[in-house]
Write a protein that binds this ligand. Structure first.
Ligand SMILES: Cc1cc2nc3c(=O)[nH]c(=O)nc-3n(C[C@H](O)[C@H](O)[C@H](O)COP(=O)(O)O)c2cc1C
Length: 360
């Protein structure tokens, strides 16, 4: 077995997979389920100074991914402080407590939450260009607590600018990304928006936003020296490995756990372990940030047709169907053949092949 433990600040995690703020960590009971499911730490649902009044319906599986219009916790801070946080602490896992949303609200809550948490995660859900709401939130929290303060960013801000501003304001870590939007889907039976929110809009999460999250994590890691925790569309060990290769310290999972249950944390951790073992790595340090040093310095404009692995190709023809340059045929031996003159080197067929038979 590889060593998949991580240390972030003073928190020692047996594995780098934790829930993200959302309904799967909506109370103390849910935190215990996350632990049983194999989470390496607990992140709690964002709370604010008052319980949220949440529109319904607020979650949907749509063509383009998972949509939600949930807000922060529907439980009052009083209930969290008296009942839920003490229950979360009993999991004996490191606890990252989510609080939001304005600097004033964060200042009020941070000190009260501190006894139950190893670190804070500030959610601002801020989408504009001005960094000050994020900076002010960090400063507000840092002025009242001694535990590490992380800030969670939306993908819809300039990541480098906001990550640098957060670090400069004293943030100890960055978590990204929050869900993407607003988005819309419509119920064909009623003609009404699927979400029960005022404008009918929701926010996208899950696999649809993975590559957006990966780019944001990659960019944040390049910009700052503080730890970055990745969240957004992670549903497998391979996704988590990519995030760690981009430089993330650890990963959070929300939508995959909503859809498939709390055991996904343990499954993803196991898959990370398997990836490391299979590829000859003994710990996460050996892959962390690997992609940061591997990006091409310049764009490539040369056409390089792929080669076909004749042992692996079964002649299924998926590559033929999606070759917009008509450069692929299946020959009499049921093997794909690439016409070197027509191939434009777009690379699509390589990623469409289910049998790993096409390579650059
Ligand atoms: C139903 C739902 C509720 C969420 N609630 C919160 C929240 O309270 N605070 C927060 O910072 N993010 C919240 N998020 C965002 C997630 O923590 C996460 O950043 C986002 O969904 C991307 O991760 P995923 O693709 O693994 O879901 C919520 C997401 C969903 C789907």
């Amino acid at each position: 077995m590889a060593d998949i433990s991580v240390k972030i600040f003073d928190m020692e995690l047996e594995n780098p997979v934790m829930p993200a703020a959302g309904p799967t960590v909506k109370d103390g009971q849910a935190a215990h389920e996350a632990k049983e499911g194999g989470a390496g730490a607990i992140v709690t649902k964002t709370i604010s100074v008052e319980a949220a009044d949440v529109p319904r319906p607020n979650m949907a599986q749509t063509k383009s991914g998972f949509m939600n219009s949930e807000l922060w916790s529907e439980l009052s801070p009083k209930q969290w402080l008296e009942k839920e946080y003490p229950e979360v602490v009993k999991t004996e896992l490191p606890v990252i407590a989510g609080i939001g949303y304005s600097a004033d609200e964060i200042k009020k809550l941070a000190k009260q939450v501190e006894p139950f948490a190893d670190a804070l995660e500030l959610s601002t859900h801020y989408l504009g260009d001005d960094t000050s709401p994020v900076v002010e939130s960090i400063k507000a929290a840092k002025s009242v607590v001694d535990i590490p303060v992380m800030v969670k960013l939306s993908p819809q801000v300039d990541i480098t600018t906001f990550a640098e501003a957060a670090e400069e304001a004293g943030a100890d870590g960055i978590v990204l990304i929050n869900s993407f939007g607003p988005t819309l889907d419509i119920d064909l039976k009623t003609g009404k928006p699927l979400m029960g929110s005022e404008d009918g809009y929701g926010w996208l999460s899950g696999e649809a936003i993975f590559s957006l999250a990966l780019r944001c994590v990659y960019q944040a890691v390049a910009a700052v020296d503080i730890p970055v925790i990745a969240v957004g569309g992670i549903s497998s060990g391979e996704d988590a490995v990519k995030m760690i290769m981009a430089g993330a310290e650890a990963v959070q999972v929300c939508t995959e756990a909503i859809i498939n249950g709390a055991h996904v944390y343990g499954r993803i951790a196991e898959e990370i372990d398997k990836y490391l073992e299979k590829n000859g790595y003994s710990n996460l340090e050996e892959i962390r940030g690997l992609a940061q040093n591997n990006s091409p310095e310049e764009a490539n404009f040369k056409t390089i047709p792929p080669t076909v692995d004749e042992e692996a190709c079964i002649g299924c023809g998926i590559c033929v169907k999606s070759c917009v340059y008509n450069a692929i045929e299946i020959n009499g031996d049921n093997i794909a053949v690439i016409d070197q003159d027509s191939c434009e080197g777009c690379g699509l067929c390589i990623t469409r092949c289910d049998f790993d038979a096409l390579r650059l």
